[in-house]
Structure formats: C-alpha cells, structure tokens
Design a protein around this ligand. Structure first.
Ligand code: HEM
Ligand code: FPP
Length: 327
C-alpha cells in the first residue's frame, strides 16, 4: 500500500515538473535575462545609482511576466511556422506538449499579473508600457511585419527596446531623453543582433516563406546593413555621455572598447559575408556587448564610482599643477 502511494506521489511530482518545464520553455526563457538587464540598467541610471531594491525587484518581476506573456503569445501565433522550422519545431506547442488554448490562458494570466504588479507596486506608466510592449510585439511585429517584409525586425525591434522605457518610467513616472536614447540604442542594436543569426538560419526561414533580409536580399546586402547599423550603434551609445550627460567616463571606457570590437566584427563580416562562423561570432558578441555595456551603465551610475572618479580627477589636477609649476 505504502509503495503504491510512494509511486503515485513520485509520478505526480514528475508530471508537475514536466508541466512546469513545458510552460517555462513556452516563454523562450533564455532571451528574458538580457531584456531584464537593459531594464535594470535604465533603472540604475534613472535613480542615479541609488535604486530602491523593492522597486527593482517588482519591476524586473513585472517585466519578466510581460516578456513571458509576449513570447508565449508569439509561440501560439507562430505555431504553424515553428512546427515547420528545424530551430523551433521542438518547442512545447509544435511538439504537442502544451495545447494552444492552455498556452493562451497562461499568457493572458501572465500579462494580467504583470499589469497588476507593476500598476500596484511601481506605477501605471510602467504597467501600461509593459502592456504596450506585448501588444507591439504581437500586433506590429508578429502579425503585421514578420511574414511580410524584410524590415520586420527593424520596426518590430521597437518591442524589444521597450523594457528600458518600463524601467525608467518605474523610477521616475515619466520618459526623459535618456530613456528614449536607451530605446534607440537597443532599436539600432537589434538588426546586427538578429541579422547575424538570420545569416546562419536563412534556409529555415526560406522554408516557411518568412522574408528575413538574408532570405530576400542575400548575405552581401545583409552584412552591409549590419555594418550600417553597427556604425550607428556606437555613436548613439556615447550620446549617454554627451550631450545627455547621464553617464560618465567609466561608462565611456566600456562603450568605446565594446563598440570598437562591435565595429571590428561587423567590418570583418562585411568583408566575408558568406562566413557563417563569423556571423555566429557576431550574433553571440551582440549579446555580450549589450550585457556588458549595460553593466558599465550600472557601475558608472554608482555613487562610489563618482567618488573614485572625483578623487582621480583631483590627483590628476594636482599632478598637472606640479608639472606645470616645474616647467
Ligand atoms: C525583433 C527583435 C528580435 C528578434 C527578431 C530576435 C530574434 C532572436 C532569435 C530568433 C534568437 C534565437 C532564439 C532561439 O532560437 O531560441 C535570439 C536569441 C537571443 N536574443 Fe534576440 N531577437 C530580437 C531582439 C532581442 C532583444 C531586444 C534582446 C534583449 C535585449 C534579445 C536577446 C536575445 C538573447 C539573449 C538571445 C540568446 C538566447 C539563447 O542563448 O538561446 N533579442 N533572438
Ligand atoms: C515590455 C515587453 C514585454 C517587451 C517585449 C520584449 C520582447 C518579448 C522582445 C522579444 C524580441 C524577440 C526575441 C523576438 C523574436 O521573435 P521571433 O518570433 O522572431 O523569434 P522566434 O522565431 O525564435 O520565435
């Protein structure tokens, strides 16, 4: 009797774990951490390094729920092409592990929880922006653009640029030029990020008639576009320092070094458009770039960083004074 009970408890545990894993995978969980890093960086800048930990927790939780809802809705809408593409056919919906109706209830519940959490414990602006992210991603990118134009991810990239707006609004209740610059930075970063990947999986997209740029215009045109957007990303990343003045020299060092590597990779890819390992390297670096750049924003915003920079500046001025007095 006891053995039977033990077996049924164990099988129930396994079933629950498997169900959790299936719904977890529906949310495309590996993408969400970078969305949250851009949100957190925005919050640290907006709060000038003195962030409220509860507000940070609430906003990142609300952002996670919203992104999870958006990605689940995207999986429901794209069930047909996800089933056909090699890269996506093992996802929970095309593989039949989760039913679309249950996924829809899951996604709408996540969106409701996100809105409630952000509206109650952050503010209405952050909650509405998170919902805007879901709606823009689903209506503009997934429904209107993805299957119809090679500019799909350029315009649709605005969805993935909304998280820092949510973070900024959560801290300040409004959207300043700096918030929109962070939006613009991710907006311009998205094409190099995704088109480098799309170069590697263009046959997959061609098999389901999704007009990604490499499918429609080929590798050369795609690597040219990656180069052009990369040339825009780097100066825009420096605009946080000048003219906006919300980041300082520490962030500047991150932005210059990371940006130089970004441009170098984009340039080499431009000269070798059919080199898929280079495309893979560019895709992976695009993620590292955004991750470390946002880390630089956070470090730069900390009060201790400002004190250290001021101390160094003071020592440098004293040294310069000594050198000048000796000459
Ligand atoms: C329209 C805009 C975007 C498109 C079309 C896009 C597309 C993709 C695709 C297809 C993948 C491969 C995922 C997989 O096969 O499971 C991917 C990976 C990834 N994306 Fe993007 N992406 C976009 C914007 C963003 C944004 C805004 C971020 C974060 C700020 C982001 C972060 C990531 C990360 C971290 C990965 C790696 C996930 C992994 O390691 O498997 N993406 N992206
Ligand atoms: C505030 C808020 C919730 C904003 C939304 C942020 C968000 C979910 C961005 C997703 C960007 C992305 C990875 C798109 C890929 O979709 P795809 O359909 O091209 O990818 P797939 O082919 O791998 O399914």
């Amino acid at each position: 009797m006891q053995d039977t009970a033990r077996i049924s408890v164990s099988s129930l545990q396994n079933t629950l774990l498997e169900t959790w894993q299936n719904y977890y995978q529906l949310t495309k969980p590996r993408i969400i951490p970078l969305l949250l890093i851009t949100t957190a960086a925005s919050m640290w800048i907006a709060s000038e390094g003195k962030i409220d930990p509860i507000l940070l927790l609430v906003t990142l939780t609300g952002g996670t729920l919203a992104a999870a809802s958006a990605q689940t809705l995207n999986c429901i809408y794209d069930l047909d092409i996800d089933y056909a593409m090699v890269r996506t056919r093992k996802r929970p919906l095309p593989s039949g592990k989760v039913q679309p109706r249950h996924a829809l209830i899951f996604a709408l519940t996540l969106a409701g929880l996100s809105f409630g959490l952000l509206a109650r414990f952050a503010n209405l602006q952050a909650a509405l922006l998170a919902m805007m992210g879901i709606i823009f991603y689903m209506v503009v990118y997934t429904h209107m653009l993805k299957r119809n134009t090679p500019q799909n991810i350029v315009i649709g990239g605005a969805a993935g640029s909304i998280p820092p707006l949510v973070g900024w609004a959560a801290v300040t209740g409004e959207l300043s030029w700096a918030a929109w610059l962070l939006f613009g930075l991710i907006f311009l970063w998205t094409p190099p990020h995704f088109w480098a990947l799309a170069l590697m999986i263009r046959e997959d997209y061609a098999s389901v008639n999704v007009p990604m740029l490499p499918v429609v215009e080929g590798e050369e045109a795609t690597t040219e576009q990656i180069w052009i957007y990369s040339l825009l990303v780097v100066p825009v990343s420096l605009m946080l320092i000048y003219p906006l003045g919300v980041c300082g020299v520490v962030y500047g060092a991150f932005a210059v070094v990371l940006g130089a590597i970004f441009l170098q990779k984009a340039w080499v890819l431009l000269k070798n458009p059919e080199d898929l390992p280079l495309a893979k390297s560019m895709f992976k670096y695009s993620i590292l770039y955004m991750m470390v750049l946002c880390t630089g924003m956070v470090i730069d915003s900390l009060p201790i960083t400002h004190h250290m920079v001021q101390a160094c500046t003071g020592h440098l001025e004293a040294l310069m004074g000594m050198v000048l007095s000796m000459s």
